[in-house]
Design a binder for this molecule. Structure first.
Ligand SMILES: [Zn+2]
Length: 495
């Protein structure tokens, strides 16, 4: 039974969607005002994994994520760069989509852009005005009337007046009746991007975008509304106020919030200059290394990225893929090891049919995975378990129990594929990590191959002193020559 921590009621609850097997899920997306950083990646990974686990559990999930492609920050940035704000947002969204693909985050069922739903937002706002929940000002803005919604503040647990103002950017626009009121529509300044509306030229406020887009694609009550915990107030509080004023129905049954990403214990900020951009991570690490580092955490707590954490996880991922490569080779060549890429779930599901007396470990892997994930998506435990299973897999290989090793490997790929892990081609991951380390060492592959061949010849000629010189020379560059128990040898990169 799946239990999730529902922020709405501040407790773990059994997950029961409103419509049987169908789950309607919305997560607040990115404002296209700059490059994606690790915090954006974290949120995208978390909700992709939650969606993926729900699908693995048999639900049919419709997952909507948005892009805010019109916003004050975008306008300011585009002005700095002297480019058109929509073109700028378009370029940023294209970059981020490409980076998410490279990272191995699946696109949502529907990726909604704010500017594609402006007319829906205008009718949403008009209905709120008609119902007395919003008011236009003579300056062409429209505000939500907070005192018309008695529940305001309950979601974020802020019911006192002063608390309701902390975190709210001071609105300077005249015509606002109450400091707590927030903008649904903002009039356009000179030379600013605008849409025509009953209140004049302007653009929507940020909060109304999510209410409108989620309702447009998923209906009046969502099963899951997700986002970062920094969005609880005012963004999610305002989404609830707008949506429930409109429909009179609960807006979302379960609210799930992910923690924030910190770097060496500190919040990422421009002034500290400690932000980590996703593109820089992708230049240095394969997707699995980035994902596993973030999934080692429970999604509700903050992730603390300490120095060296990606390198240490790179070593672990490298070992797992090397093991997979070995199992594939021992089990009969590239076919088993290499065909998983096209359709990992299905192909491996067929391969992983339990065989009597063979798949005890496989059954345990699957059971423990479900147990961890059913407990509010405990990826932290699931990942910790994975490192243990890989050691058990290595033991099977050492004992030459290749049939069982193959079964376990296929189970790991299938089960951890739910976390979007372990489904790259082993040869590709190994080559990528090796090449990176060769580059860091300042040696190229041909040079390394040559040194290795020379070393093998000298070894066969029993010229051990010369062997040692070559080997030490390469070791100083981070390349190791390994001799296996069966007498074979190979070269590898050292971490
Ligand atoms: Zn939102």
């Amino acid at each position: 039974m799946l239990k999730v921590y529902n922020v709405l009621n501040r407790k773990k609850e059994e997950f029961v969607p409103g419509d049987g097997g169908n789950v309607k899920m919305y997560a607040c997306g990115i404002t296209a005002s700059g490059s994606a950083h690790i915090g954006h990646a974290y949120q995208a990974i978390i909700f992709d994994v939650i969606r993926s686990y729900l699908e693995y559990s048999g639900y049919n999930v419709t997952y909507v994520r948005n892009y805010t492609d019109v916003d004050d920050k975008i306008i300011i940035k585009a002005r700095e760069l002297k480019v058109d704000p929509q073109q700028y947002a378009e370029q940023i969204m294209g970059e981020i989509d490409g980076q998410f693909r490279e990272l191995g985050v699946m696109p949502p069922t529907i990726c909604s852009r704010a500017t594609e739903c402006i007319s829906d937002m205008i009718s949403f706002i008009q209905t709120l005005i008609d119902k007395g929940f919003a008011y236009p000002t003579e300056y062409g803005d429209v505000y939500y009337k907070v005192d018309r919604f008695p529940k305001y503040g309950a979601f974020s647990n802020r019911l006192e007046g002063s608390e309701l103002l902390s975190g709210v950017r001071k609105e300077t626009e005249p015509g606002k009746l109450d400091d707590r009121d927030f903008a649904l529509w903002k009039h356009a300044g000179d030379d600013e991007i605008f849409w025509e509306s009953p209140w004049g030229k302007g653009r929507p406020g940020w909060h109304i975008e999510c209410s409108t887009m989620s309702m447009k694609y998923l209906g009046e009550t969502l099963d899951i509304h997700g986002g970062g915990k920094d969005l609880i107030f005012p963004h999610h509080e305002n989404e609830i106020a707008q949506s429930e004023a409109l429909t009179g129905k609960p807006f979302a049954r379960y609210w799930l919030h992910n923690g924030l990403v910190k770097v060496n214990g500190q919040k990422m900020s421009k002034s500290l200059g400690n932000g980590i951009l996703l593109k820089d991570l992708l230049d240095n690490y394969v997707g699995d290394v980035i994902k596993i580092t973030l999934l080692m955490n429970s999604y509700r707590s903050d992730v603390n990225i300490m120095d060296g954490i990606f390198d240490s996880n790179e070593a672990k991922i490298y070992e797992i893929y090397k093991l997979f490569d070995k199992v594939g080779t021992l089990a009969g060549g590239a076919e088993q090891a290499g065909t998983e890429h096209a359709d990992p779930g299905k192909a491996d599901a067929e391969k992983a049919v339990p065989q009597p007396g063979v798949s005890q470990l496989s059954a345990r892997i699957e059971n423990e995975f479900r147990e961890a994930m059913d407990n509010d998506f405990n990826t932290s435990l699931a990942v910790a378990n994975l490192f243990g299973y890989s050691q058990e897999l290595a033991k099977l290989v050492n004992k030459n129990l290749i049939g069982e090793a193959l079964d376990v490997m296929n189970t790991l790929k299938r089960v951890y594929g739910v976390l979007r892990l372990l489904n790259d081609r082993p040869a590709d991951v190994i080559a990528s990590i090796k090449n990176k380390h060769l580059k860091l060492a300042g040696v190229d592959k041909a040079e390394t191959d040559e040194a290795f061949e020379k070393w093998k010849i000298l070894k066969s000629e029993k010229k051990f002193d010369e062997c040692d010189i070559i080997r030490n020379d390469m070791a100083a560059k981070g390349i190791v020559f390994v001799t296996e128990r069966n007498g074979g040898s190979y070269w590898d990169v050292r971490f």
